[in-house]
Design a protein around this ligand. Structure first.
Ligand SMILES: Nc1nc2c(ncn2[C@@H]2O[C@H](COP(=O)(O)OP(=O)(O)OP(=O)(O)O)[C@@H](O)[C@H]2O)c(=O)[nH]1
Ligand SMILES: [Mg+2]
Length: 428
């Protein structure tokens, strides 16, 4: 039996995830990096019309929809794309809160088969919080075009979770995903995700805090380990959210406070400061992702990935990174500023000509002077001036910027600027 759209699927948009509970069946979260096809899968399964498109950040709020598969009721939650659950933006917080505290029956993490290594960062972070994780390797058609093969069976063995390959635009490929979701929800498959091992000192600190948390609160092992990590990191915002959602009080717990102070000082004396702690964690995750991808991803067109790496080295090098960035941005701003003059003048001329005609028309119909002044010299003139000045630069700048994004150059700019943003305290 295939997929059936729900007759009651509503498309309710809400962020109060406590309402996202399916009393008659299972609740499934669709998580993943931006632009990997989560909403395409969601729409296909639920018959809903979530916004999809080829740029990141379209879904900015949780959306729910129902689907019936083999007579079983599922409630899907399409959550905003996020690169990490160490979130910064509002939609990333919405995603993080649902992943961490929504308590779905299973979390499907959708990843892009063409850049698996980068996507695994989020997969590992989610596996730290919940065991019921299914990996959906999407965009297999794009991977095939780029001659990238992903060994799904080996990936599943290495991660300890079920892995399914899909092409979200082809609905038939989603049956396998639904079968796996059903098996996980009905406990026919029990995922046992691997946990990242951080540096020995961080692991020791986590262990100590974890056992204190277990003594103080009634929380799962996964949550205790994850919260320990957040306490050591000193992420106040996340800790406040944890307290609110799990109804626990960490701030006033003197045992935990004293132990945290002791452990943080110990880490500091071993050169793991509050600034380097997160880098340490992220580099352990990325190292693991790299190791796994080396084994499971086969790049048949080696010259393609070699060429990519060569270009990357130049675009992100200390010597050429900034001059190239300034050159590209300079060209874009130059084309925008100089190029916009021509359509601006053209629009201005048309609007002025039309204004003359409107004045004549007002005279013919004996429109009172105060009214024609207000409508023509006031509203019409102001509006047309704004359109003449603003529209052309926007119509030139945004497509050019999108072009840079499609080329994949913007993430390289972000990489080059990361150090500066950190110095300005814009990122952590
Ligand atoms: N070729 C191909 N394109 C796909 C596939 N899955 C999704 N797409 C396309 O990829 C683009 C992004 O898909 P979305 O479903 O909007 O991605 P998303 O993960 O919801 O993105 P955000 O909401 O921004 O996080 C759309 O243009 C889809 O049509 C696939 O398997 N193959
Ligand atoms: Mg989406």
């Amino acid at each position: 039996m295939g997929l059936t759209k729900s007759s009651t699927g509503t498309g309710l948009l809400e962020n109060d995830f406590k309402n996202f509970k399916n009393d008659n069946g299972y609740t499934i979260a669709l998580a993943g990096n931006p632009n990997v096809g989560k909403s395409t899968i969601f729409n296909s399964l639920t018959g809903m019309h979530q916004h999809t498109g080829n740029w990141p950040g379209k879904t900015v709020s949780n959306a729910i929809g129902k689907c019936i598969y083999k007579n079983q009721d599922f409630l899907f939650v399409d959550i905003p794309g996020t690169y990490s659950i160490m979130s910064n933006s509002e939609e990333e917080e919405i995603a993080r809160d649902y992943i961490c505290f929504g308590n779905p029956d299973a979390t499907v993490v959708v990843v892009d088969a063409t850049c698996l290594e980068r996507n695994l960062n989020l997969v590992f972070q989610i596996m730290e919080i919940t065991d019921n994780v299914i990996l959906c390797v999407n965009l297999l058609d794009e991977a095939k075009k780029k001659k990238i093969k992903v060994d799904l069976k080996l990936l599943s063995e290495r991660l300890g979770i079920p892995v399914v390959g899909t092409i979200a635009r082809k609905k038939s490929t989603l049956n396998n995903l639904m079968d796996t979701i059903t098996k996980v929800c009905t406990k026919k498959i029990t995922p046992s995700p691997i946990k990242i091992k951080y540096s020995p000192l961080i692991e020791e600190s986590i262990e100590e805090l974890e056992s204190e948390l277990k003594n103080s609160f009634n929380l799962s092992n996964n949550l205790c380990r994850w919260i320990s990590l957040k306490i050591l990191d000193g992420e106040t915002k996340i800790l406040n959210t944890i307290e609110k959602n799990l109804a626990i009080n960490l701030h006033d717990n003197s045992k935990i406070n004293n132990l945290t102070k002791k452990l943080q000082e110990n880490l500091k004396s071993n050169n793991i400061t509050s600034e380097t702690f997160k880098d340490n964690i992220v580099s352990s995750i990325m190292k693991k992702a790299e190791d796994i991808c080396k084994d499971v991803c086969i790049f048949e067109n080696t010259s393609y990935s070699k060429r990519d790496r060569k270009i990357d080295k130049i675009l992100t090098s200390k010597k050429f990174g900034f001059p190239i960035m300034l050159l590209f941005l300079g060209i874009i701003f130059w084309i925008t500023i100089v190029g916009a003059n021509y359509p601006s003048q053209f629009l201005f001329a048309i609007f002025s000509w039309l204004q003359g005609k409107l004045v004549i028309f007002a005279e013919i119909v004996h429109c009172p002077a105060w009214l024609s002044d207000m409508l023509i010299s006031g509203i019409y003139q102001t509006l047309t001036w704004v359109v003449s000045v603003m529209l052309p630069p926007m119509a030139i700048f945004f497509p050019l910027f999108t072009f840079l994004e499609d080329l994949g150059y913007l993430p390289r700019i972000a990489f080059n600027m990361d150090g500066f943003f950190k110095k300005c305290c814009c990122t952590r």
